[in-house]
Design a protein around this ligand. Structure first.
Ligand SMILES: Nc1ncnc2c1ncn2[C@@H]1O[C@H](COP(=O)(O)OP(=O)(O)OP(=O)(O)O)[C@@H](O)[C@H]1O
Ligand SMILES: [Mg+2]
Length: 254
């Protein structure tokens, strides 16, 4: 059992139709750590995230085999809604709800799940989440405006705040900085680092840049054609990769 791990993945295989895209992935991640998932385009990184929080349930021809445990909880034997409450997700493209205010974008999850017993408590959760996403100062005077007035980078931090408002145990991020400028990317990285260290959130983040992995992650997983080629402490893997594909990737040759 994986009770002492935040995330345990064992023999995970995924097919889309007849095509197998994950070929038996296994790793264990301790709590409050940040895992960077790397690998060439099409290697199966997003599929791995979708398998962890059961978003593949919505892909009609997807089939999953193997085991995923979140703090000892068997994800594929659990209620999927409970799973997604424990495992938050931020996508590559910012996706705030355009017809809701900035405030409501963050409050929607806690409201849905009955996390706040009063308006005050809801206000506190929203403020905490926006501060954790390093967005509070920029929006505190316009919480009731639509999110469409925010910049792309601000919208991405709003997506992070929305995910954090549910107080997830694990946060999945799929290339969250791919579509935003470097300044916003650094802010997002800093907030991710902080929620891991200060709030004990365990983070699994897909990244396309080895530099980003080096800046923020404790562990790296390198996926190639659906196989986990390398898994280990970021510094050790970067200094002394055990596989030549990983070395090539870190040198920017893949
Ligand atoms: N819904 C789907 N139906 C069929 N095939 C899919 C589906 N989603 C992804 N695939 C295929 O599965 C493989 C892995 O896709 P995935 O999106 O996991 O890769 P990735 O590593 O995230 O790539 P990228 O870096 O480009 O985002 C790819 O070959 C892709 O074409
Ligand atoms: Mg992807």
């Amino acid at each position: 059992m994986g009770g002492s791990y935040a995330l345990l993945v064992e023999g995970l295989k995924v097919w889309y139709g007849r095509r197998q895209v994950l070929r038996g992935i296994s790793f264990k991640l301790p709590p409050s750590s940040i895992l960077a998932v790397m690998g060439p385009s099409g290697s199966g990184k997003s599929t791995l995230l979708r398998a962890i929080n059961r978003l593949l349930d919505y892909v009609p021809d997807a089939r999953v085999e193997g085991r995923v445990e979140v703090f000892g909880l068997d994800v594929y034997r659990e209620n999927p809604y409970r799973v997604r409450r424990l495992v938050g997700m931020v996508f590559q493209t910012p996706n705030p709800f355009p017809h809701m205010s900035i405030y409501d974008n963050v409050a929607v999850g806690p409201r849905l799940h009955g996390l706040a017993k009063s308006r005050d408590e809801l206000d506190r959760i929203v403020e905490w989440a926006l501060k954790a996403a390093m967005l509070w100062d920029e929006v505190k005077d316009r919480l009731h405006e639509p999110p469409t007035k925010l910049s792309g980078g601000q919208q991405q931090r709003l997506s992070l705040a929305r995910a954090l408002a549910l107080k997830p145990s694990i946060l999945l991020l799929d290339e969250p900085t791919a579509n935003i400028d470097p300044t916003n990317a650094r802010r997002l990285e800093e907030s991710i680092r902080r929620v891991a260290v200060e709030d004990g959130v365990t983070v699994v983040m897909v990244t396309h840049t080895p530099q980003q992995a080096l800046r923020i992650s404790d562990y790296v997983a390198f996926i190639y054609e659906g196989k986990l080629v390398e898994f280990g402490r970021t510094r050790e893997v970067a200094l002394n990769p055990s596989h030549k594909l990983t070395a090539m990737y870190f040198r920017g040759e893949l």
